[in-house]
Design a binder for this molecule. Structure first.
Ligand code: OAD
Length: 294
């Protein structure tokens, strides 16, 4: 009698544990695994099991590496933009106060470069835009890049957290204007031409607050899939976004090299963005298709 009771009791406890796990998993509050990082296929089966595969929350973070194959130099490493310049001289509010000519010259050169005909979106930008257009997912693309290549590729939901170089901002009103010309301390205000020198490139400098942080943090907290592409993960707050994604979020890093955050990702893919981004997104699409057919 005593043994039967114990057996029955254990069975009940196990059933309760299983019910608890399934309910929690369904509500995506709990994701327990002793498995090593899951390949994307099984991740999507997991998502189906949790009933949310049809509308995933996809968050993408891009850095200079995604535009490198479009001919735009990255910041760090050999031939990187910061190799020839000290950040403090050209990318801080103090630098702009003390030597606006130098700061304008630095960004004018980069703006002219962006406007060259051969600077075009590459296969990685295009794959992201196509993925967004062809899926019902809740999709947000955060970019640290100040180039316009995600927009040119057709991406819709883009948040340029470090601003846009093809825009100028009034230092007094914060009004933003599309801008394709050189800027100088003498540039007339577009609305009141008698006023001069109040325009700056609409880029975020060190010591300033990136755009959209609240939206970014909320998207990170809710992400099912977080994809970081071509970023060295050394500049915060962008580098810390991965840490804000939930435990059950699949975190994938695509980069030529290892970064200080690589170990936080569930999958790291080493290779050029133009090859690996389209390949990865095809894999996601295939997994979704297979899962939906089951
Ligand atoms: P970085 O120049 O720091 O890093 C570029 C990353 O891209 C490196 O990790 C490279 O390994 C990788 N990479 C290069 N070519 C690649 C390719 N073809 N395919 C895949 N990966 C590639 O640029 P960011 O991480 O974007 O901020 O830099 C972050 C911020 O630091 C920038 O937004 C800028 C800079 O200072 C400001 O100016 C405020």
């Amino acid at each position: 009698m005593g043994q039967n009771f114990l057996k029955h009791f254990r069975k009940e406890i196990n059933a309760i544990k299983i019910r608890f796990f399934l309910t929690a998993a369904r509500h995506r509050k709990l994701y327990i695994t002793t498995e090593p990082p899951t390949p994307v296929g099984s991740f999507f089966h997991q998502m189906l099991y949790m009933g949310s595969v049809r509308s995933m929350k996809v968050l993408v973070l891009t850095g200079a590496g995604i535009s490198a194959e479009s001919g735009i130099p990255t910041f760090r490493g050999v031939d990187g933009l910061w190799e020839g310049h000290r950040v403090e001289e050209v990318a801080t509010p103090t630098a702009f106060d003390q030597n606006p000519e130098l700061v304008h010259r630095f960004y004018n050169t980069r703006r002219r470069h962006l406007l060259q005909k051969d600077v075009r979106p590459n296969a990685a930008h295009i794959a992201l835009a196509e993925y967004e257009a062809n899926h019902d997912d809740d999709f947000l693309l955060i970019t640290q890049n100040v180039d316009h290549l995600h927009f040119a590729a057709g991406s819709q939901n883009v948040l340029p957290m470090h601003g846009q170089l093809l825009e100028a901002r009034c230092t007094q009103t914060d009004k933003v204007y599309p801008w394709f010309e050189d800027l100088s301390p003498n540039t007339p205000d577009p609305e009141t031409p008698s006023r001069r020198g109040n325009l700056r490139p609409n880029v975020v400098w060190f010591g300033e607050m990136p755009y959209g942080m609240e939206k970014i943090q909320q998207a990170a907290r809710n992400a099912d899939l977080f994809l970081a592409i071509g970023t060295s993960a050394v500049v915060y707050p962008a580098a810390g976004i991965v840490q804000q994604t939930p435990l059950n979020c699949q975190r994938v890093e695509i980069n030529l090299d290892t970064t200080p955050q690589s170990k936080v990702f569930t999958e790291t893919i080493r290779g050029p963005a133009t090859v690996e981004v389209p390949k990865f997104l095809r894999r996601v699409q295939e997994s979704c298709k297979n899962t939906n057919e089951h």
